[in-house]
Design a protein around this ligand. Structure first.
Ligand code: FAD
Ligand code: DCQ
Length: 428
């Protein structure tokens, strides 16, 4: 009988546990190691940061939810993976043996790569973790009492651009609701070569539509931007041309700022020869499997994916929910095939389908395949997206509480039809 261990209980790890348990043989064990006792629905963090959600609304207690499905959990940080010994070393020194390991740790946030960046001793806020979003919310409460300029965006090497746009639009919506938008000059600073690149080389007319949305909301932007230093109340940004040559230095004053950092791999795996790339991301083949350690798989933000294209300022490729769920399903099937003495055959589609919230409206995009030229490259804006995202949040939270075993993405289209009906009933 096999011991299957999943490291991390986020958007990748939790569905991974449920799908793996459903596909494993009766005597196999599935164990989740998580440093946090709760699962958090990360896509709702921007809403927590403006007090549209509380932390409680977007968290699920991991151990009881998993226990209902016969999945074990160890609530402790993994200190180090020891692939040669097939063990995960925990913070308390104990070691957990595995036959198969799925690494789903998400990112380490590289705030330290820009002086003064981030909420730990720096001067910018973060929405990457729900606890950061709570701190941002406290800062927001003070900010709306004495508003001033906002700088928001993503630094060089970032890959997760969607939430930066979302947060800019959500803050704009919140300020308009409060009737103080006129007191807040907003600047969007990004390493992307153009608005709407999204680390994907653009999707449909994402450039035109996002530029238009930003103009309508009076949000100025600086692209090809390298954030060189952040001080209390001001950000130093160097703008580059499309050859990557510096063209202008900006000093941007702010009273509130949120910048997405670059990501790298977590300490528990960083620097393991053959397992990770130089940034600490897990290298995998088309079956989500590591080439050197063939009983290790990986899903989610912690996997290594090359940039879609070379850009003047480095931009990574985003790993979005739908893509992650496809990695999860492929991995569960591939491990089952190994359990049956076969070779893995399942490929994740890695297609990009995403809902981005703009507060009152939103943008949906579909990129199939991820790298252009594509068969489908579709980007659309509307009020329905905001409603669909709220519906998707509820749907996903319920699934995590109930312990779904069905591949989430397979049911998605049906649920999407349900979402459309809901929207029709309620009206935009
Ligand atoms: P995570 O959800 O971060 O989960 C990793 C888990 O592993 C965490 O719980 C962490 O505590 C745990 N862990 C890490 N190291 C250890 C260790 N050593 N020991 C034990 N546990 C450990 N994608 C979309 O498709 N749509 C969106 O709207 C969207 N919004 C986003 C908004 C934000 C603010 C961010 C940051 C990302 C967003 N994404 C979105 C992208 C992506 O879907 C999320 O980043 C998602 O959370 C990634 O899932 P994951 O499982 O890889 O990592
Ligand atoms: O897992 C998802 C996720 O969580 C990270 C999201 O963020 C909220 C998503 O947006 C998934 C799977 C999605 C995609 C949800 C798509 C819903 C249907 C959209 C249909 C678009 C038109 C064809």
């Amino acid at each position: 009988m096999a011991r299957i261990v999943i490291l991390g209980a986020g958007l990748g790890g939790m569905p991974m546990a449920y799908e793996m348990k459903a596909l494993a043989r009766p005597g196999d064990t599935v164990t989740v190691i998580s440093e946090a006792p709760k699962f958090h629905f990360v896509p709702s963090n921007p809403w927590v940061a403006v007090n549209w959600r509380t932390r409680k609304d977007i968290e699920v207690d991991i151990a009881p939810a998993l226990a209902k499905k016969g999945i074990e959990s160890i609530i402790q940080r993994a200190k180090r993976v020891h692939p040669d010994a097939n063990q995960v070393e925990l913070e308390d020194g104990n070691r957990v043996d595995y036959d198969y390991l799925v690494i789903a740790t998400g990112p380490k946030l590289a705030f330290d790569e820009v002086e003064g960046l981030g909420p730990f001793g720096g001067h910018t806020q973060s929405i990457c973790h729900v606890s950061h979003a709570e701190t941002t919310k406290t800062a927001w409460d003070a900010f709306v009492q004495a508003p001033g300029p906002i700088v928001v965006g993503a630094v060089q090497g970032a890959s997760c651009f969607g939430p930066a746009y979302e947060f800019a639009m959500i803050m704009d919506t919140d300020l308009r609701k409060r009737k103080i938008r006129d007191k807040v000059p907003m600047t969007f600073v990004t390493s992307e070569p153009y608005i709407g690149h999204l680390g994907l080389g653009g999707v449909g007319d994402s450039k035109g539509m996002l530029e238009s949305a930003m103009r309508q909301r009076h949000i100025k932007w600086i692209c090809n931007a390298k954030t060189t230093k952040v001080e209390a109340g001001q950000m130093h940004v160097t703008e580059h041309d499309d050859q990557g040559k510096p063209i202008k230095d900006h000093v941007l004053p702010f009273k509130h700022s949120m910048m997405l950092p670059a990501f790298k791999g977590v300490d528990a795996v960083f620097g393991i020869e053959g397992l990770t790339n130089p940034r600490g991301f897990i290298t995998i083949d088309e079956h989500q499997r590591n080439a050197k350690f063939k009983n290790i798989f990986s899903v989610g933000v912690c996997v290594a994916i090359p940039p879609v294209e070379v850009t003047p300022i480095p931009c990574g490729t985003p790993k979005t929910g739908y893509m992650i769920e496809s990695m999860v399903t492929a991995t569960a099937h591939n491990i089952r095939e190994l359990l049956d003495g076969k070779e893995p055959t399942h490929h994740a589609t890695w297609n990009t389908v995403c809902l981005a919230d703009f507060g009152d409206t939103g943008a949906a995009f579909v990129a199939l395949p991820q790298i252009p030229p594509r068969n489908v490259s579709w980007f659309s804006e509307g009020k329905w997206v905001h409603l669909a995202k709220v519906a998707f949040e509820k749907y996903f939270m319920r699934k995590m509480q109930k312990g779904t075993s069905e591949p989430i993405y397979e049911k998605l289209i049906m649920d999407f039809i349900g979402i459309t009906k809901l929207k029709g009933k309620q009206g935009p």
